[in-house]
Design a protein around this ligand. Sequence first.
Ligand SMILES: Nc1nc2c(ncn2[C@@H]2O[C@H](COP(=O)(O)OP(=O)(O)OP(=O)(O)O)[C@@H](O)[C@H]2O)c(=O)[nH]1
Ligand SMILES: [Mg+2]
Length: 253
Amino acid sequence: MIMNECEMFSNLKVPCCSKIVIRIDGRNFSQLSHNLELEKPYDLEFVKIMVKTCHDFFQEFSPSLIYTFSDEINILLNEIPFRGRLEKMDSIFASFISGTFTSNIINNKEFSKIFENPEIFIKPISFDSRVILLNSAETVKYFKYRQDKAWVNCLNGYAYWTLRREYGKDKAIQILYKKKSNQIHDILFEQDMNIADIPLWQRRGIGIYREEMIIQGYNPIINEEVMSKRWKPITDWKLPVFNEEFFHVNQIL
Ligand SMILES: Nc1nc2c(ncn2[C@@H]2O[C@H](COP(=O)(O)OP(=O)(O)OP(=O)(O)O)[C@@H](O)[C@H]2O)c(=O)[nH]1
Ligand SMILES: [Mg+2]
């Protein structure tokens, strides 16, 4: 047998005409968050490291949209890279994010916990990766589906940590057992928490995409100031609820 025939999956490809999302998720980040004593339910320093990592990905691979919340990163690619080779995409993207996240968390002064005490960074970081095939209509639905997950996470996170501080772990779990979203709303309200006061980025996640900007420049040939349009990556901490209009207006699809 020729040995490279054993590389059974290396020719597995995605169809060239589809859109793809790569979803990348931190491995065992519950443990990481415990080890790093992250703020609960949201730690702004950690989130900034995730966002910086998304930016680094954006610069390297030019996707059309990155959407992140918690330890997950959703990347929309309108053009299929690596001639569609699935193993290449999964492995390169996950390892790029793992390497960049690690470098950012160690080197970034914003993450003062590690920057000031590098010895607490105990285990190597890794992320898993999956490829999701979509058409345009499904793409909007997909991002809304992840945003709904961000919202449920947010609600459950606040409810759990608020109750846990008041009643302890077991009682908090017991109170929240099988509760629906509207019941959790009421519980938070009783705890004097108004959901509307929670920052939008916690409720809806954070987006990185290009925005059209007017750049002022100078044209030496005609000896005049000129305006030109550029698409520059921005971080949107105040995302709207994802819908077709958002994807259309920002020319994401
Ligand atoms: N305290 C804190 N924890 C966070 C924050 N963002 C993410 N996390 C942690 O990351 C976890 C992400 O959930 P999962 O991806 O389901 O859990 P996981 O432990 O990473 O498990 P696997 O992905 O299956 O390996 C959450 O449960 C939190 O514990 C944050 O801002 N603050
Ligand atoms: Mg995870």
